[in-house]
Design a protein around this ligand. Structure first.
Ligand code: SAM
Length: 241
């Protein structure tokens, strides 16, 4: 494996997708800092939040707000900047752009316009939660957030329950109990993990059946960001005739 540092300066006309910490500021990469320092402009989901991150690292840079509802319009503006030979870094509030966050539409627009997109990989709650969960990592299905409406959630969970591999869901702390209650009805026997406050002071991994975790969530009134992972269906136990 060749792990040499990227020797080149930023390439004009390139969009850099820069992953940022999901809680622990030490998780920013050296390359992420260099790209943020050297690019022409940073497109950010929340300019105030990114401004704080940049301030922490002593970086001052023009910011362009780019969130869910102006992503299409901003995509065109970013394409125009790339056409002029600028370098643009795209960041979200936390983690990897495009993973349950703005980014994908912009990436498609930039590719369609014939410009280069370069990932600057780093923190992602999905990968952090999955790799430390103890659940199988060889095959998994990333779900992100479920729909809010009860009927749609149930239908989606039922169809997801038929997939092989580990399921990885993002959930707001306000809906965690609801999700665990749904899982205890739909997949009561599956090994489940709640990964909370990843990379932060009170990080923890809670493991058990959905019903056990529901009881715990009710007792402790769990708050903070979390990822919920559901292990695969266990193979039926072979029985002798
Ligand atoms: N783009 C981000 C990523 O790469 O993981 C995800 C952004 S999404 C809007 C936010 C969700 O990610 C949270 O509701 C939670 O499910 C999960 N998440 C983000 N940070 C987390 C953390 N530190 N601990 C646990 N879950 C986290």
């Amino acid at each position: 494996m060749n792990c040499s540092p990227h020797p080149n300066a930023l390439q004009p006309g390139t969009l850099y997708l820069v992953a940022t910490p999901i809680g622990n500021l030490e998780d920013i990469s050296l390359r992420a800092l260099r790209v943020l320092r050297e690019c022409d402009v940073i497109a950010a989901e929340d300019t105030r939040r990114t401004g704080q991150l940049l301030k922490h690292f002593g970086i001052s840079k023009p910011l362009l707000s780019c969130f869910k509802f102006n992503e299409a319009r901003r995509g065109q503006e970013i394409v125009e900047r790339l056409r002029r030979g600028e370098t643009v870094a795209l960041v979200t509030d936390a983690g990897s752009p495009g993973i349950s966050d703005p980014g994908q539409r912009i990436v498609r627009a930039v590719i369609a316009a014939g410009h280069r997109v370069e990932p600057v990989p780093g923190p992602c709650a999905l990968v952090a939660a999955l790799t430390a969960s103890g659940l199988p990592t060889d095959e998994f299905h990333f779900v992100g957030f479920l729909p809010h409406k009860s009927g749609q959630r149930r239908a989606r969970l039922e169809s997801l329950s038929r997939l092989p591999g580990t399921l990885v869901l993002y959930e707001s702390p306000y809906r965690l109990e609801r999700l665990l209650a749904e899982l205890s009805e739909i997949v009561p026997d599956r090994e489940t993990v709640v990964a909370r406050e990843l990379t932060k002071k009170f990080e923890e991994f809670l493991r058990g059946s959905p019903a056990e975790l529901l009881q715990l969530a009710r007792q402790r009134r769990l708050k903070g960001e979390c990822v919920v992972l559901v292990g695969p269906r266990r193979a039926p136990i072979a029985r002798e005739a």
